[in-house]
Write a protein that binds this ligand. Structure first.
Ligand code: PLZ
Length: 413
């Protein structure tokens, strides 16, 4: 087998520079919360492929479901010749997302594609165009979702022009603004009403806990106040639960923690157990406002990906991975508190982060973790946040070993 060093050389002349990687090691195999690279080195995984392998890497039920489905058929296109598993995944999305109202769902391939479709549906259903997003937001890398995403480097730089009718409102960021949830919501609503006009707003789109933007948890009351404002204004309230969804934050969806029932929810990442699948689910009258044939795509809800999603969801239920996520919070949060260089420990469930002085410090701590065999990621508008997204099936032993590595890396000057 080629070594990481050899692969890195080959990559330089084959893979576009614009696609970069956190690690310079190349993966050979992975299981649960462990990766093994081609040089035989083992890693504890606190990244989950960016919040994807919540049920663990190569989770046994997912592997078996994928194998069995690939033997039956690999692809027909749901728009050509439909199959049961697509319907079953939609039923699961309807069942698991907050709100007991009548819902419908549709399946796509990636998070960005789900967000694009949620915006399409909201615009079609309301006959309005404006979409309100927030500071620090991340919603994807396609043209529309780049416009929805806040941070220019690396996501948007040189890639314009961007899609029109996107408006950015101030986010609740307690560490930086010191505002209560209702105060921060009033500030955002003021911007929306004065700069956009409530009658023009098709959708208010928000991550209940921001992911790439820095694991920003809005102050309590911010999300309910925005949802309430959207309802009054006749705008669609869309929760982007692509990173927070499917047990990651200690409940099926993060919206549940504040009792909000979004009109539409976008999902991806953890739902597929490692295979690419995404969904939009929400109020039937919005979803069904779109004419027949108005939504779709060749691969959306591919049968192998649907089989993986059903197996992942079954695993989450049977192992109660929402409870597991709460258990991870119970170990990580106290373990990270009281370290001098940490400005804030925040997050919920197995989506926990520390905000540090600056990007150089976060990069240095991450590099130390990598040297010690722990895969961690950074994030944040300012690049100064170190985030932890372990698989929800991680053993207590691996979780504590990983935490020790993080603590030791943070304690070094
Ligand atoms: N919405 C909330 O977190 C993806 C991006 C990694 P895709 N986050 C990881 C990177 O640098 O490209 C994400 C998200 C939220 C949408 C998306 C987009 O999901 O599946 O990457 O398209």
């Amino acid at each position: 087998m080629a070594s990481s060093e050899e692969l890195h050389k080959r990559r330089a002349t084959a893979v576009a520079r614009g696609v970069s990687s956190v690690l310079s090691s190349y993966v050979d195999t992975a299981a649960g919360a462990r990766l093994t690279d081609v040089d035989g080195r083992e890693w504890i995984d606190f990244a989950s492929g960016i919040a994807v392998t919540s049920v663990g890497n190569a989770a046994p039920r997912v592997v078996e479901a994928v194998r069995a489905q690939a033997e039956r058929f690999t692809h027909t296109c749901f728009m050509v010749a439909p199959y049961e598993s697509y319907v079953s995944v939609c039923e699961q999305l309807i069942d698991l997302t907050p709100g007991t109202f009548e819902k419908r769902a549709a399946l796509f391939n990636s998070g960005a594609e789900a967000v694009e479709n949620a915006v399409k549906i909201a615009r079609h259903a309301t006959g309005r165009q404006a979409v309100v997003v927030f500071d620090h937001a991340y919603h994807g890398r396609t043209n529309l979702t780049m416009a929805l995403t806040a941070k220019v480097m690396p996501y948007k730089h040189g890639f314009g022009p961007f899609a029109p009718e996107i408006y950015r409102a101030p986010m609740s960021y307690p560490l930086r603004d010191g505002l209560s949830g209702p105060e921060a919501a009033a500030r955002a609503v003021d911007v929306i009403e004065k700069q956009v006009g409530s009658g023009n707003v098709a959708a208010v789109l928000i991550e209940p806990i921001q992911g790439e933007g820095g694991f920003v948890v809005p102050a309590p009351g911010f999300l309910p106040a925005l949802a309430q404002w959207a309802r009054t204004a006749g705008a669609v309230f869309i929760a982007d639960e692509i990173q927070t969804g499917f047990c990651r934050t200690g409940d099926w969806f993060a919206s549940a923690h504040e009792g909000i029932e979004p009109d539409l929810v976008t999902t991806a990442k953890g739902m597929g157990g490692g295979l690419p699948i995404a969904g939009v689910v929400g109020r039937a009258e919005l979803m069904d406002a779109v004419h027949a044939g108005g939504l779709g795509g060749t691969y959306g809800g591919n049968p192998v990906a649907c089989a993986a999603a059903l197996a992942a969801i079954e695993t989450m239920r049977e192992l109660d991975l929402a409870a597991a996520a709460r258990g991870i919070e119970g170990i990580l949060v106290p373990g990270l508190q009281g370290i001098e260089s940490v400005h804030e420990v925040r997050g919920r469930g197995a989506m926990i982060a520390v905000e540090l002085a600056d990007a150089a410090r976060a990069a240095a701590v991450a590099a130390r973790c990598h040297e010690a065999g722990l895969l961690v990621l950074t994030c944040g508008t300012y690049g100064n946040v170190l985030r932890f997204l372990p698989p929800l099936v991680i053993s207590d032993d691996d979780l504590r070993r990983g935490l020790d590595i993080v603590r030791n890396s943070l304690l070094l000057p």
